[in-house]
Design a protein around this ligand. Structure first.
Ligand code: ADP
Ligand code: MG
Ligand code: ZN
Length: 636
């Protein structure tokens, strides 16, 4: 964050007092120098009457050696002394000469002068001293002092930054967003109303702790924000601090990971003690799963993490109820967290931050387009519709890409085309117009994409085809977009099987048109998607034919490790593999049935693609006229 500052409060205090001290030193030096230069050297001078001075000056045996006249002041140096010890202030009546003070030795030279001077005082007139006469004298003393101070500061700064890099192991690198900084508010977080509601309560705790204490309510200590990456958890935590207007100490779990043994724990201690000193305040541990994963889940990899985690637990248990510190944490993986962390008195409040629904996506887009110039007809709604499954961060990214695209195209404001380009760019990658494709490659790509499109169009439970293009983008040669008419929370088995089949459609079309052995590497990402989805359907969703309603712990979910082995038999493992294979084969068969039955449509779509490169929804439906669903591809 540009507006964050280091919150090393201890060193802040240090440098503050150092600053104050050096200010005092400089000021002191200045005053002393001024006083020294402006006052007669002997501050305790005796005052004598002018008439007395004149009488003594004119006396052959007088005791005065020298009289220095400076403005209205006479300074008298006695015989045998080399500095003035007496002063006299001449009055305004007449000149000294008229009062009788004359330089008796004025016109004498040589020996005569000497004898005269041994009897009578030398009278000397000097300009009265004023500040500017002494400016440079003072500057000569003070400037080096200031230079020294600056050097001293620089050294301290240097030492401090070294400290935070290597010497201050135990110091938390926490960031403090002080109440005076530009703060994030709930308004900056679009959508997610239920999470905001939950957190509004936390804000109230921080603002009016008394209200709750009076009723004997325990103020929560730990709030865990859980949700997919980019859903705005970090943003939300900052908004809580912003709304409550309290200091916000934030550290990321991954920062602990790079530390030496024992350092993580001492950072935790440091962080908590700072927060307590600044209470009411918020401690925010971002990506807490990095330190607080299940203590056995990574095969003993984290002795250091374990210490850090234990220290977090110790600190949270050690809180007084009225400490006024609320600990927030965020994670993408609640299932990976150590259970000890979720116990009452620790992170016992859970706030789920979900992927935005269509309405929320529109709100988020509005937030991110707020300060960007857009054409009047720009359709954020259409973009919100297209971006099912996107997180807030994805949408922010699209908004930014749209602005960049508009700038690159030389537009004054963002157009619908910029929006579409930004969306596809974020989803797949930049267009590669310069990529040279042979006619053969273009033809293969056209049939491949047409294959996806025709299978998707014909199968009854697939989302409709939204757009097809054979303009290369990112690492793909072409893309076929399917767009759900609305956001869906669940998908049924028929829909998933249609997704598998239409994903196979590309490769199958290549096979039908160019022959069994002419298939290309263009299908590798399709096949990867098929493998992942079919595995998911069997292992996590209980959708296997022979393993219906059974789910299987997998390594990816942290249910077991290589050392503990699979928690099911070899036979079951084989069954799982067989089920996955069955799904893949079924998908290929259905795609083949559809494409063979609709070869004429496939040819038409491919030809249109070769001609126009990109087909929109309105181009696609007339081309698909006459397409039919063969019995072999029917599931129900
Ligand atoms: P997380 O911590 O959940 O991974 P972040 O809070 O870091 O996500 O979000 C990243 C960025 O995405 C934010 O800085 C913001 O620009 C944008 N963003 C995410 N969610 C929202 C939202 N609900 N409203 C507005 N912007 C959002
Ligand atoms: Mg985050
Ligand atoms: Zn494909």
């Amino acid at each position: 964050m540009a507006n964050s500052k280091s919150a090393d409060s201890k060193s802040n205090k240090n440098s503050n007092s150092a600053r104050r001290l050096s200010f005092i030193i400089v000021l002191g030096a200045f005053i002393i120098a001024t006083v020294y230069l402006l006052t007669p050297h002997n501050a305790k001078m005796e005052e004598v009457a002018v008439s007395d001075v004149i009488a003594r000056a004119n006396d052959e045996n007088g005791d005065i050696a020298k009289i220095t006249v400076s403005g209205s002041e006479l300074q008298i140096t006695l015989k045998g002394k080399d500095y003035a010890t007496q002063v006299s202030r001449k009055d305004s009546s007449g000149t000294l000469y008229e009062q009788g003070l004359v330089n008796k030795c004025e016109n004498k030279t040589g020996d005569e002068l000497k004898t005269c001077q041994s009897k009578y005082p030398v009278v000397e007139y000097v300009e009265p001293s004023n500040f500017w006469d002494h400016f440079w004298d003072i500057a000569i003393i003070v400037l080096p002092a200031i230079a020294l101070m600056i050097f001293f500061f620089w050294m301290m700064k240097q030492a401090q930054s070294m400290n935070s890099q290597s010497m201050g192991f135990g110091k938390a690198k926490a960031k403090l967003y002080g109440p005076d900084k530009k703060r994030v508010k709930f308004d900056d977080v679009a959508g997610n109303e239920s999470a905001k509601q939950d957190l509004a309560e936390v804000v109230d705790f921080l603002k009016n702790p008394k209200k709750y204490e009076k009723l004997g309510a325990k103020i929560p200590r730990g709030v865990l924000l859980a949700g997919e990456p980019g859903t705005g958890k970090t943003l939300m935590a900052r908004a809580v601090a912003g709304e409550a207007n309290v200091p916000f100490f934030s550290i990321s779990g991954s920062e602990f990971a790079e530390m030496f043994v024992g350092v993580g724990a001492s950072r935790v201690r440091d962080l908590f003690s700072k927060a307590k000193k600044n209470a009411p305040s918020i401690i925010f541990i971002d990506e807490i799963d990095a330190v607080a994963h299940k203590r056995d889940a990574r095969g003993g990899a984290g002795r250091e993490d374990e210490q850090t985690l234990n220290q977090i637990l110790v600190e949270m248990d050690g809180f007084d109820n009225d400490s006024g510190v609320i600990v927030m944490a965020a994670t993408n993986r609640v299932d990976m967290l150590d259970k000890a962390l979720l116990r009452p008195g620790r992170f016992d409040r859970h706030v789920n931050v979900t992927l935005p629904e269509r309405k929320d996506r529109l709100e988020i887009l509005k937030v991110h387009f707020k300060n960007k110039p857009v054409e009047k007809d720009v359709d954020l709604n259409a973009l919100a519709k297209k971006t099912a499954g996107s997180s807030g961060a994805d949408l922010a990214n699209i908004a930014n890409e749209a602005a960049i695209t508009a700038a690159r195209e030389g537009h004054k404001s963002i157009t619908n085309n910029d929006l579409t380009e930004a969306f596809e760019r974020v989803a797949i990658g930049p267009q590669r117009k310069s990529k040279v494709m042979t006619d053969e490659e273009r033809k293969i790509t056209a049939y491949h994409e047409a294959g996806h499109a025709v299978v998707g169009h014909v199968l009854p439970d697939s989302d409709p085809v939204h757009k097809i293009t054979i303009i290369p983008r990112g690492s793909t040669g072409g893309v076929t977009w399917f767009l759900p008419p609305e956001d869906r929370s669940y998908k049924n088995i028929y829909e998933l099987k249609d997704v598998l089949a239409r994903a196979m459609g590309g490769r199958i079309a290549e096979k039908i048109i160019f022959g069994d052995d002419a298939i290309t590497t263009g299908a590798s990402s399709d096949l990867k998607n098929v493998a992942e989805l079919s595995k998911d359907m069997i292992v996590s969703e209980g959708m296997g034919k022979n393993t219906r309603n059974l789910v299987f712990p997998s390594e990816a979910t942290g249910y077991y490790t290589i050392s503990t082995g699979k928690p099911y038999s070899e036979k079951t493992a084989e069954e799982i593999d067989a089920e996955i294979k069955k799904l893949t084969e079924e998908a290929a068969k259905r795609a083949e049935a559809v494409l063979k039955a609709n070869k004429a449509v496939l040819d038409k779509v491919a030809a249109a693609l070769l001609e126009k490169e990109t087909l929109e929804e309105s181009d696609i439906s007339p081309l698909m006229k006459g397409a039919s669903l063969p019995t072999a591809a029917k599931l129900h």
